[in-house]
Design a protein around this ligand. Structure first.
Ligand code: NAD
Ligand code: ZN
Ligand code: ZN
Length: 344
């Protein structure tokens, strides 16, 4: 089968012929329906050797859903042909955070090296993907894996961040979403589905602002010099109770601090590599800044429930595996709307 693999750091990934994996004891082979292209993959392609503890080569694609193709010896309770989402962060499964479903915070991550399929181990940008343990699968029910793939990262990541601030998002509050790409367009919908907060979205691109309004933002503000003042005005001078930064650059980190309310929360999920200098007055009183990472498998189940109920819907453009490089080029040039999903 063809697989889109990172073979050398700081070199473009390539489509290569690799054998179809055989599920060993306890493993599950998934026929990939959809593999979402995440901006983190673009960062991954840029970072130098040694920045991440991953061994090369491995197949990209950490946002996956598909159908069970084969069960390895000893795997019970799952059916061949069943539609599943693959929970992406693969921890040890035994430590305390892993047992609570937060494999993102695995205490043995350093020993494991790889962070999951598509992140140091073979991911979903291939016809088949080997999942090391059925505990990492969540049944999709009647969701189509090609539509559902973005739920496992583009939706799960903002869902986890929003949940951390949920108790504060009471009527009369505002939430700002910075960057309305794959994550951001799901964040707007999740805020609408879970909270009564006024949703303000900002992006550098007019088409992304239009998408933000389409998916439920109350206001869409062009990023730039005036954005902070406009957001403060929209919030009656108070600022936003949640600022969800889906970019993480120097300019957005500065904006975060300018628009968060006293007692509010800045959640930086974007990893563009910006720097924020901290002084005692960098943030308003009692405001916090957190960098949430992905989400728990329990939360993935909740995200799937929201999608099944029709409360959130990924907007996606599909690409066959042969055109996977185009998908990343489109992401790089900012011309995608929502998510690019590879359908091998
Ligand atoms: P994307 O390319 O789909 O979307 C990024 C959006 O940000 C685009 O719409 C772009 O126009 C906009 N943007 C760029 N610069 C901006 C600026 N200065 N102000 C406002 N908007 C701006 O990317 P994505 O896949 O949604 O990922 C977003 C970020 O989140 C990436 O850095 C990615 O690596 C990171 N990420 C983090 C986690 C995590 O667990 N923390 C998970 C997934 C992705
Ligand atoms: Zn990702
Ligand atoms: Zn663990």
């Amino acid at each position: 089968m063809q697989a889109f693999q990172l073979v050398e750091w700081q070199q473009p990934p390539v489509l290569r012929d690799v054998p179809v994996p055989e599920p060993g004891p306890g493993e599950v082979l998934v026929k990939v329906g959809g593999a979402g292209a995440c901006h983190s993959d673009l960062h991954l392609m840029e970072w130098p050797a040694g920045f991440l503890p991953y061994e090369l080569p491995f197949t990209l694609g950490h946002e996956n859903a598909g159908w069970i193709e084969a069960l390895g010896p000893g795997v019970k309770g799952w059916e061949v042909g069943e539609a599943v989402a693959v929970y992406g962060p693969w921890g040890c499964g035994r430590c305390r955070p892993c047992r609570t479903g937060l494999e993102t915070l695995c205490e043995r991550a350093a020993q494991l090296g790889a962070a999951g399929g598509g992140l140091g181990r073979n991911g979903g940008m291939a016809e088949y993907m080997l999942v090391p343990d059925p505990r990492l699968l969540v049944p999709l029910g009647d969701l189509d894996p090609r539509d559902a793939a973005p739920l496992s990262d583009a939706a799960l990541t903002p869902y986890h961040a929003i949940k951390l601030a949920l108790h504060q998002l009471v009527p009369g509050t505002s939430a700002v979403v910075i960057g309305v790409g794959g994550l951001g367009h799901m964040a707007v919908q999740i805020l609408r589905a879970l909270t009564p907060a006024r949703v303000i979205a900002t992006d550098v691109d007019a088409a992304k602002l239009a998408l933000a309004v389409d998916v439920g933002a109350d206001h869409a503000i062009e990023a730039g010099e005036d954005a902070a003042a406009e957001i403060r005005e929209l919030t009656g001078g108070i600022g936003a109770t949640l600022v969800l930064d889906c970019v993480g650059s120097n300019s957005t980190l500065t904006l975060d601090t300018q628009v968060v309310a006293k007692g509010g929360a800045v959640m930086v999920v974007g990893v563009a590599g910006g720097t924020l200098e901290y002084r005692f007055n960098t943030l308003p009183s009692d405001a916090s800044l957190t960098h949430p990472y992905w989400g728990s498998i329990v939360e993935l189940g909740e995200v799937l429930e929201l999608a099944r109920a029709g409360r959130i819907t990924p907007h996606a453009e599909r690409f066959p595996l042969e055109r996977v490089a185009d998908a990343y080029e489109r992401m790089q040039s900012g011309t995608l709307s929502g998510r690019a999903v590879i359908t091998p």
